[in-house]
Each structure stands twice: as structure tokens, then as C-alpha cells.
Design a protein around this ligand. Structure first.
Ligand SMILES: Nc1ncnc2c1ncn2[C@@H]1O[C@H](COP(=O)(O)OP(=O)(O)O)[C@@H](O)[C@H]1O
Ligand SMILES: [Mg+2]
Length: 452
């Protein structure tokens, strides 16, 4: 029998770090056992469907697979396996130095990455190799916040790191210095290179501080890769559109420095007391349905039912279904074909659960290889076109014809000047802007035609 992997989960939920429980990965299953203290505290568990209110003192179990080799909630804490993932590169360098050879591909290495980078990320779940590592890390963070702001000298190392890793420029940098400026860089999901840092949004020149630095604002800092020129301009535009249309949307700041383009999005997974639980819809569905392995395993019209079932165990904000349908319409009308189940998430624990503010609304259909109507599949069989499908979809989210019509009217109104606003972004190549505008206009026409 293969060797089991062990780790621990801690959390700063409620303000002070404490241990949540023990994590084991065996051959075919993974297990999590809460500490009695954590269960007594009544605080939210490590994921919605693995909450202590459901499992009590029983061990939570999940059958792992090659695609989901850990609890689904922990996937976001393992740095993504794409070439521009800053955290994966950083931690693989570290492991390489420790091992004196290339870390072998497979679960052993992924588990190491989870324990190395799986704390301080988005949400409230912190994974460590053991309790001592947890205590050391929280102490280090405290000491760092008490220390003076990092010297300006060090910023140039960070710049060099980004230039090498994101722009492929042939410059060297000292990873140790970068680690000292930003603290150990936690894993964060998604495809675009990004860092979790704190900034002073009022400063003219961006300076980055470790997350949680007092007097600063925590952000997800996205760095534009050269393959997608202007992407962050379009993402900022779509955040604005959503905000203007009344969606909860995080404040964001677009800035350029030294050939690099940044979008800093203020974190919604923190309040004055510390971290808040965040879990992607992907994780919620996969935890509840063991046959579910990827976004393509569910259809758009089945998602209403997911919320309904979640209501059996959780208190979900009453307008969740309607808000979600509205987000789908905005995605359709802005050419965001990339609204997959990791781009939708729930905020809060079982007793107070709602959609997070809108994030990652990038209109990826501007780029031909991402030109997909919807990342979540749907079956338009029986409909004259997919516009008719989307106009009919409201009923799967508990909306009658009149309510659906209102959602469609609102989305159409919110995106009426979208083509001109896209065209105004000159950093986006003209071909991409034209393609996006064409798509947006075509989708608009279809929805107008089928509005109930
Ligand atoms: N403002 C935010 N506050 C907290 N977490 C966020 C925020 N924006 C994004 N995230 C988290 O970070 C992950 C990656 O961000 P995202 O914008 O989706 O990047 P990408 O474009 O690379 O997919 C998201 O899946 C989400 O969990
Ligand atoms: Mg994303």
C-alpha cells in the first residue's frame, strides 16, 4: 500500500489563528477530521458541504481521482499548472533546490506545493505540513506587519522577477529578496499571472507590500501576459459595466509601470476581522457529486437545481438564482465565454451564504481560441438558436416570463454602449476589438429577438 500524506488545516477565521483539523490523503480517498475545539467554536468548516454542522465529529471523506486528487476546496491552494503561474515556478525552484533534482511530476510534488503555498491565499483555509509550520508562519506574518515597510531598493527585484516571468525578458533576480518583500507568495487560482499583495491605491507610483500590511489595501494583482495585449483594459471595462448595472463589484485600479500592465482588484474575501470563507461553485458541486470532475460535467440549465439543493443545508441569499442568471446574460452580451465554475464563487459559511462580488468578467471571446459562447455547456436542441435558449433559461432559475424579460432588458440596457467602449481601448489589437464588437452585436440581436 502506498504511503499516506498528512497535513493540517488552520484558519484565521474570527481573527486569531487556530487549528481546524487534520488532513490525510490515502490511496483512493482523502479524509479530514475537525478538532473538538473547532467544532465547539461553531465557526464555518473548510468547505460548505464538509462543514462540522453536517459531519459533526465524523471524519469527512472524499474519493479522489486523477483530476481531483485532493478535496475540491483545496485545489485552489495548489498553484495552477500553466507556464506563467508565478507561484508554481517559485515553489518548484524551492523544491528543486531542496531535492537537488527536478521534482517528479505526480501527487507527491503536488502535495508539497499544497503545503508550501496553500496558506494566506483567497478565503480562510490555510494548509501546512504540520502544526509547527503553521505556528511559525503566523508568527512570521505578525512580525512582518509590525516591521517597517519594505525598502524601495527591493522593489526593483520584484520588477525584475515580473519582467522575467511574465514578459520573458532575460534578466536575473534573487527569489530570496522577492520572498522577503512579499512574504511567502500564496497560491492563487486562474490563468493570468497574479500576486496577492497590498497597495496604497492613492499612491501615484505603485508599490507593493505583503498582504495584510496595516494601512494598505489588499488586492489580487493581475499582471498582463504579452499573449493578450489589452486584456486587463477589457477586464476593467467589464468590471465597470457590471458596477454601473448595479452588480456587487470590487473596486479596481488599472496602472502601467515600466512596460508592465497591472489590474489591482480589491479583495472581497477579507473584512476587518480577517478572512471570510470563499468557495468556487466548482468546488461546491464536486464535493457534493463525486462523479463531477470538470466544468463540462454539468449543463447551464442544471445549475438552478444546484442552488436549490444547497438550500437544504445552507442559508443562501434569496436572490442568488436571479443574480446568477443576470451574470450569465452579462457574460453573453459582453463576449465573456469564460464564465466557468471557478469564476463563480460563494462567500460566507452555511448560515450566511451568497454569491461573491463579480470577478474575472474578461471578454475572452475577443481572442479566437477562447471564442466559445459559454464555458459551461448547454444543449440548444429544440431551440431555433442559442439566443432562444438563453431567453428561456430564466425558468431554470425560478424566474417567470416577466422577471426573465426584466433581467434581459436590464442586461441589454447595461451593455448598450459596449461596442463604442470596446473600440476606445487602443491597446487591444484592432482585430480583437472588431471581433469582440461583432460578437457582442450578434448576441444582442439574438436576445432582443427572443426576449419573452
Ligand atoms: N477581488 C477578489 N477578491 C478575492 N478573491 C478574488 C478576487 N478576484 C479573484 N479572486 C480569486 O482569485 C482567483 C483568480 O482570479 P481571476 O480573476 O479569476 O484570475 P484569472 O483571470 O487568472 O482566472 C479567482 O478564482 C478567485 O478565487
Ligand atoms: Mg478566473
Amino acid at each position: 500500500m502506498a504511503r499516506h500524506h498528512h497535513a493540517v488545516i488552520w484558519s484565521r477565521l474570527g481573527g486569531t489563528p487556530r487549528k481546524m483539523g487534520d488532513l490525510v490523503l490515502a490511496d483512493a480517498d482523502t479524509f479530514f477530521t475537525y478538532t473538538p475545539d473547532w467544532l465547539d467554536s461553531g465557526l464555518p468548516g473548510f468547505c460548505l458541504l464538509g462543514d462540522g454542522a453536517i459531519w459533526g465529529s465524523d471524519t469527512v471523506a472524499y474519493p479522489v481521482s486523477e483530476r481531483i486528487p485532493v478535496f475540491p476546496r483545496l485545489l485552489a491552494l495548489i498553484p495552477g499548472n500553466n507556464p506563467r503561474n508565478l507561484q508554481r515556478r517559485h515553489y518548484l525552484d524551492l523544491l528543486r533546490a531542496r531535492l537537488g533534482r527536478e521534482p517528479p511530476p505526480g501527487i507527491d510534488t503536488e502535495w508539497q506545493l499544497l503545503t508550501l503555498g496553500g496558506h494566506g491565499g483567497v478565503g480562510h483555509v490555510d494548509v501546512f505540513a504540520d502544526d509547527l509550520a503553521a505556528e511559525d508562519w503566523y508568527h512570521a506574518i505578525e512580525a512582518e506587519h509590525a516591521a517597517a515597510a519594505p525598502p524601495g531598493e527591493a522593489r526593483s527585484e520584484l520588477w525584475r522577477m515580473l519582467k522575467r516571468e511574465v514578459l520573458d525578458e532575460n534578466v536575473s533576480f534573487d527569489p530570496q529578496v522577492v520572498e522577503e518583500i512579499l512574504g511567502p507568495t500564496p497560491s492563487v487560482g486562474g490563468m493570468i499571472p497574479k500576486l496577492l499583495v497590498a497597495i496604497d491605491p492613492a499612491a501615484e507610483q505603485p508599490r507593493f507590500y505583503p498582504p495584510g500590511t496595516p494601512g494598505h489595501t489588499d488586492v489580487v494583482l493581475k499582471v498582463e501576459p504579452p499573449e493578450y495585449p489589452g486584456l486587463l483594459d477589457l477586464e476593467a471595462l467589464c468590471l465597470d459595466l457590471h458596477a454601473e448595472a448595479g452588480f456587487a463589484t470590487p473596486a479596481h485600479h488599472r496602472f502601467d509601470a515600466d512596460g508592465l500592465h497591472f489590474l489591482a482588484v480589491e479583495r472581497f474575501d477579507r473584512d476587518d476581522n480577517g478572512p471570510l470563507p470563499v468557495e468556487s461553485l466548482f468546488s461546491v458541486i464536486a464535493t457534493g457529486d463525486h462523479d463531477f470532475r470538470e466544468t463540462g460535467d454539468i449543463l447551464l440549465d442544471e445549475l438552478g437545481e444546484v442552488f436549490t439543493r444547497l438550500r437544504d443545508v445552507a442559508t443562501l441569499a434569496p436572490d442568488t438564482e436571479q443574480q446568477f442568471y443576470r451574470r450569465l446574460l452579462m457574460a453573453l452580451l459582453t463576449g465573456n465565454g469564460d464564465l466557468h465554475l471557478d469564476n463563480v464563487a460563494l462567500l460566507g459559511g452555511l448560515d450566511n451564504c451568497r454569491l461573491t462580488p463579480v470577478y474575472d468578467p474578461s471578454p475572452m471571446r475577443a481572442w479566437p481560441r477562447h471564442n466559445l459562447v459559454s464555458a459551461i455547456p448547454f444543449d440548444p436542441e429544440g431551440y431555433p438558436d442559442h439566443g432562444a435558449f438563453f431567453a428561456d433559461l430564466g425558468k431554470h432559475f425560478g424566474l417567470d416570463k416577466q422577471q426573465t424579460g426584466q433581467c434581459i432588458d436590464d442586461a441589454l440596457a447595461a451593455t448598450a454602449d459596449y461596442p463604442e467602449r470596446v473600440m476606445a481601448h487602443e491597446r487591444v489589437p484592432l482585430t480583437q476589438r472588431q471581433q469582440l464588437v461583432e460578437i457582442a452585436k450578434a448576441e444582442r440581436k439574438l436576445l432582443e429577438k427572443h426576449r419573452p
